[in-house]
Design a binder for this molecule. Structure first.
Ligand SMILES: CC(C)(COP(=O)(O)OP(=O)(O)OC[C@H]1O[C@@H](n2cnc3c(N)ncnc32)[C@H](O)[C@@H]1OP(=O)(O)O)[C@@H](O)C(=O)NCCC(=O)NCCSC(=O)C[C@H](O)C(=O)O
Ligand SMILES: [Mg+2]
Length: 298
């Protein structure tokens, strides 16, 4: 069975902030994104790259997935950032503002032609109108699960998307939801993980929790975070609840009973349960087990 990679909490750390870089290794986030793009001023890109090379050489973070977000590859910054990715070999490189299959092809070609091991994956941020419109094509062409490529996950960049469309930052995200769902659907169609965008007001715990609940209900695997205070809430809301786990065990037990042999559909306490529910239940139990192994079961 494939090892489950958790992505409930995906914390972004500006690669220029040495204190935050040091701290991030000690935080219970499932994934750390080291940012060379928007969180780093133009004149400090070189310093940020040096920080990452030093970090990965001397103190490579253990026990969590590592991702480096580069600048767009059609900029000088992006090409130079890719050199750092090749040197550091994180678990994935995150491409910002992906709009076309050609953007994926360019990153993939650099990794392949420089002999980066296949374990170095690509994650893509969809955060422009064109990126969201092309979500399915982008997800399909380089999918690690279904097309033998390196693309493993998509993240929605809600700040850029709002800024480029004029959609206001309303709490329930009414007008963003259709686009978010488009990205979830594209990711699921091609076996990718899918991560919701950031919640900027890191001091508003209630608002953050409400957005995590909405995000979980929409099918996202986790949330991109900007501050350590958001990690615990994301880990909790993207973990199976006690009720959901109890339900999953009830389904598994019901299907393993002798009277269910040869049946695809059974009656569980007055409800129809199908074998697809059994598969879902088994996935949920496997996810809970992967979470238990991290030692931070919620
Ligand atoms: C938002 C911040 C600038 C706030 O920083 P600060 O005021 O320093 O926060 P605190 O004083 O509350 O910090 C408390 C301690 O936590 C550490 N810290 C803070 N943030 C992080 C972090 N992200 N990772 C690790 N550690 C962090 C501080 O160092 C303090 O530690 P200590 O000294 O021990 O007390 C800041 O949080 C920040 O820079 N956040 C990340 C910003 C970022 O990465 N932005 C880019 C991603 S957002 C994005 O990509 C949007 C997307 O593209 C889109 O379009 O939507
Ligand atoms: Mg952005």
């Amino acid at each position: 069975m494939n090892q489950i990679q958790l992505a409930r909490s995906v914390l972004c750390v500006p690669a220029v902030n040495r204190r935050a870089l040091e701290k991030s290794a000690t935080l219970p986030a499932d994934v750390i994104i080291y940012d060379l793009e928007d969180a780093v001023a133009r004149e400090r890109k070189g310093e940020a790259r040096e920080n990452l090379e030093r970090l990965f050489k001397n103190n490579r973070p253990a026990g969590k997935q590592t991702v480096i977000r580069i600048n767009p590859l059609d900029t000088d910054f992006g090409r130079e950032d890719m050199r750092v990715v090749l040197a550091c070999q994180p678990d994935a490189v995150l491409l910002p503002k992906v709009e076309t299959v050609a953007n994926m092809a360019a990153a993939s070609a650099i990794l392949n032609s420089n002999g980066a091991p296949l374990r170095v994956k690509i994650w893509g941020m969809l955060e422009t109108p064109r990126g969201v419109v092309n979500a399915a094509a982008i997800a399909g062409a380089y999918s690690a699960a279904l097309a033998g490529g390196r693309l493993e996950a998509l993240i929605v960049g809600v700040n850029d998307l709002r800024s480029q469309t004029g959609v206001l930052a309303e709490t329930d995200r009414t007008y963003l939801v259709p686009w978010l769902m488009q990205v979830v659907l594209a990711a699921r169609a091609y076996g990718l993980r899918v991560i919701d965008g950031v919640y900027n007001d890191f001091s508003d715990t209630d608002g953050f929790v409400a957005e995590c609940e909405q995000s979980r209900a929409m099918g996202f695997d986790g949330k991109m975070l900007i501050h350590p205070s958001q990690i615990e809430g994301a880990n909790r809301h993207f973990s199976p609840s006690d009720d959901a786990l109890a339900e999953a065990h009830a389904i598994i037990n019901a299907f393993s009973a002798p009277e269910a042999t040869g049946l695809n559909v059974i009656d569980l306490n007055g409800r129809m349960v199908e074998r697809l529910h059994l598969e879902q239940a088994e996935k949920l139990v496997a996810l809970a087990s992967a979470i238990n192994q991290t030692g931070d079961a919620q």
